[in-house]
Structures are given as structure tokens and as C-alpha cells.
Design a protein around this ligand. Structure first.
Ligand code: ATP
Length: 242
């Protein structure tokens, strides 16, 4: 296996007295799509929050490109190459598609992100999701849910991530647009960006990823090649019991 790009090592996380993660060992390699599945409350969002600096964790517990980043301020973690497509998309309403995207471009400038030759630009994004070019002057609240999700992905990509973290991309969207969005993932990973996909739809998670992890009550209960794990193994890891 190539060296992991992003990894966690015995990751623990708490909300006050409540321990939400118990020793998570997780990794994703460059260019890989890894899915994270599990029932409500399993700890998937908490894992994402721990990775992105929204929840304080010990420095060595999260590593990006061999560098310990656990607990760094969220903007430092973005600067080092982690960007998130948040659940619920959180776009700026009252602003057009392109203005929403320009906010991310400005943020990238503020963070002095390195401009690589293959950096994401508006042009490259519009090639990935052509509908966004057609709708570039449209206020985001007038878009369909799927189109809004494309804007949210675009905004994260303009932060030039080495790892893109996606929280429930498919939530509340029609199957057709979900397929369209998932079909774009290989174009994102082609240049080496890794994707972590938190997904409620197990079939979709399995189809779109090379490997998957299942979580239950703050622990990883299954990991393996997505094409190889059986429905029975997933059901047991998802619901627990023997
Ligand atoms: P969902 O699919 O519902 O988002 P999840 O797998 O992402 O579920 P988390 O949201 O990470 O699960 O929740 C993990 C545990 O941490 C749950 O027991 C939840 O109640 C608890 N939890 C989550 N956020 C907080 C918080 N802000 N304060 C206290 N406990 C929390």
C-alpha cells in the first residue's frame, strides 16, 4: 500500500464528558475514495469534525502527508490541504453561483494557498459541472438541491484540497442528480485528490468508493475493499450484535 495521505491514530474525541470516538484508526491514500458509513449517531460527523479542527483532538492523532495536524485551528488545516463539503451545503443565499465560488477563491488568497499548475479554477469547475456555467448569474437559492450541492463541492475544491471531505452529499437529492454528482468523483481524484465520503446510502457508498469503513457507537466495526465486503458483514457492522 502507498503511504497514506491522511490518517488517524487511536483518535479519541469527546463532547465534554461524553466520549464520542474510541481509538479510530483510519486512512486514505492519494487519489482514493473512501466511504464512511454507519447509522445515525455512529460518530461519522464527529470524525469529520475531528479531522477538520472543529473538535479539539491531540496533535499526533491526525496526520496529513506525514505531518501531525490534530487540533490545529480549522483554517490551518484548510491551508494544509483538507476541505469539507458540509452537510446542508451552507451556501450564501442572496448571492449568485459565481459569487459563492468567488468567496472560496478569496479565501484561498487570504490563506495564501499554493497555486499548483493543476489548481482548481472557475473554468475547471465549470467543465466538471457544466450546469454551473449556465447558472453562474443565478442566486443559489433558485437552484435545485443537486445544483446547490455542486456549488458546495466547487467551493471546497477552490480551496485546492489534497483531501476532500464530503458529509452526506446525497441527502435529500433525487437519484438522478446523485448519480451525476458521484460520476464526477473520478475526475476529482484523477489528479491525486483523495475523497472521504460520509454516506447514509450504503449501496451508493459501496459503488462510489474503493474502500469503506463502517462505524458503530464511536468505533470502527468494519473496513475493507468496497467491492469485497458482503451485505451480511455490513449489516452486522452497522447494527452490531453477533
Ligand atoms: P448522523 O448520521 O446522524 O449525522 P453521525 O454518525 O454523524 O450521525 P455524530 O453526529 O458524529 O454521528 O454523533 C456521534 C455521537 O456524538 C452521538 O451519540 C451524538 O449524540 C453525539 N454528539 C454529536 N454532536 C454532539 C454535540 N455537539 N454535543 C454532544 N454530543 C454530540
Amino acid at each position: 500500500m502507498s503511504a497514506p495521505l491522511l490518517s488517524t491514530h487511536g483518535l479519541q474525541a469527546r463532547y465534554g464528558d461524553f466520549q464520542a470516538l474510541f481509538g479510530i484508526d483510519f486512512h486514505v491514500a492519494a487519489g482514493e475514495v473512501v466511504a464512511l458509513i454507519g447509522a445515525n449517531g455512529a460518530g461519522k460527523s464527529t470524525l469529520l469534525r475531528s479531522l477538520t479542527g472543529l473538535l479539539p483532538v491531540a496533535r499526533p492523532m491526525v496526520q496529513l502527508g506525514g505531518e501531525a495536524i490534530g487540533g490545529l485551528p480549522a483554517h490551518e488545516i484548510v491551508r494544509r490541504g483538507l476541505a469539507m463539503v458540509p452537510e446542508g451545503r451552507r451556501l450564501f443565499t442572496g448571492m449568485s453561483v459565481e459569487d459563492n465560488l468567488r468567496v472560496a477563491i478569496d479565501q484561498a488568497k487570504t490563506l495564501a494557498l499554493r497555486a499548483a499548475a493543476d489548481a482548481w479554477t472557475l473554468e475547471r469547475l465549470y467543465a466538471l459541472f457544466p450546469i454551473l456555467r449556465d447558472k453562474r448569474r443565478t442566486p443559489v437559492e433558485s437552484l435545485s438541491g443537486g445544483q446547490q450541492q455542486m456549488v458546495a463541492i466547487g467551493r471546497a475544491l477552490l480551496l485546492q484540497p489534497r483531501v476532500l471531505l464530503c458529509d452526506e452529499l446525497s441527502l435529500g437529492l433525487a437519484p438522478k442528480v446523485v448519480r451525476e454528482i458521484h460520476a464526477a468523483l473520478p475526475q476529482i481524484t484523477a489528479a491525486g485528490t483523495a475523497i472521504v465520503l460520509v454516506e447514509q446510502d450504503v449501496g451508493l457508498a459501496q459503488h462510489s468508493s474503493q474502500r469503506l469503513y463502517c462505524m458503530l457507537e464511536g468505533r470502527i466495526t468494519l473496513q475493507g475493499a468496497s467491492a469485497a465486503v458482503t451485505r451480511e458483514a455490513i449489516a452486522q457492522a452497522y447494527f452490531g450484535g453477533s
